[in-house]
Design a protein around this ligand. Sequence first.
Ligand SMILES: CC(C)(COP(=O)(O)OP(=O)(O)OC[C@H]1O[C@@H](n2cnc3c(N)ncnc32)[C@H](O)[C@@H]1OP(=O)(O)O)[C@@H](O)C(=O)NCCC(=O)NCCS
Length: 219
Amino acid sequence: MQAATYDIEARHPGWPARLGPLRVRGGVVALRPIRLRDAGDWSRIRLRDQSHIERWEPSAPGPWQDRNSFWSWPPQWLGLRGLARRGQCLPFVITVDGEFAGQITVGNVIRASLRSAWIGYWVSSTVVSGGVATAAVALLVDHALTSGGLHRIEATVRPENEPSIRVLTKAGFRQEGLFQRYLEVAGDWRDHLCFAITAEETGPGLVHRLVQQGRAEHV
Ligand SMILES: CC(C)(COP(=O)(O)OP(=O)(O)OC[C@H]1O[C@@H](n2cnc3c(N)ncnc32)[C@H](O)[C@@H]1OP(=O)(O)O)[C@@H](O)C(=O)NCCC(=O)NCCS
C-alpha cells in the first residue's frame, strides 16, 4: 500500500468518501458517509438487536429504547458530521447488497506527530459471520492510513467478545496488551484488550490481503 499521500493542508483528510464494494460470504459490502435519513433503518435494527449489541458498547444514560429511537439519530448524526468536518472522525454506514447493515467509525483522530485514532463497529444480527465486519475494517483502515493521513489505528475489545477479536485478527491487527477496568460497558468497568496496526504493517493493504486469502473479492 502507498504511504500517506494526503493533503496536509486539508481540514478533514479522507472525508467524505465511498469505500468498496467488496464481495464476501455475506454479500457485497460497501461504506458510505452516515446520512440523516438513516434514522429509520438505524433505529429499527438497533431496537431489535439490543441483546446482540448492548453488552459490548460503552454505557450511556437512559434506557436502550430511548437512546435508539428514531428521534435520537438526528443529534447523533449532527454530532458525528460536525466531528467529521473538523477532521476528528470518519463515521460510515456499512451496507450489504446496498442495504443499511451497521456502522463503522474511526474516532478520536489526533494529528500532528501522533496521527492516531480508534476504530469501532457493529453489524446487524442478520448478517453476522459472513465476513462483513472484517471487510469493513479492512476498507476503512486502508483508507484512514492513506487518504486519511493517519499512521496508527487502535481497537479495544472485551476479552469475552470472541467474534470481534476474530475480526481484528483476520484484518491483521496485533494484540498489544490489556487495559484494566478501561471502559464502562453494560454498567461496570470492563477490562479491554488493546489491538493496533500501523502503516508499516499493512504492506499492499488489508483489502489486498483479504483478497489474496480468498476471504473477499473485488466486484
Ligand atoms: C463483532 C461483530 C462486529 C462481528 O461482525 P461479523 O460481520 O459477524 O464479523 P465477521 O463475519 O467478519 O467475523 C466474525 C468471525 O467470528 C467468528 N465467530 C462468530 N461467533 C463466534 C464465537 N462465539 N466465538 C468465536 N468466533 C466466533 C465467525 O465465525 C467469524 O470468523 P470466521 O470468518 O473465521 O468464520 C458483530 O458480531 C457485532 O456487531 N457484534 C456486536 C457489537 C460489537 O461487538 N462490536 C465490536 C465491539 S469491540
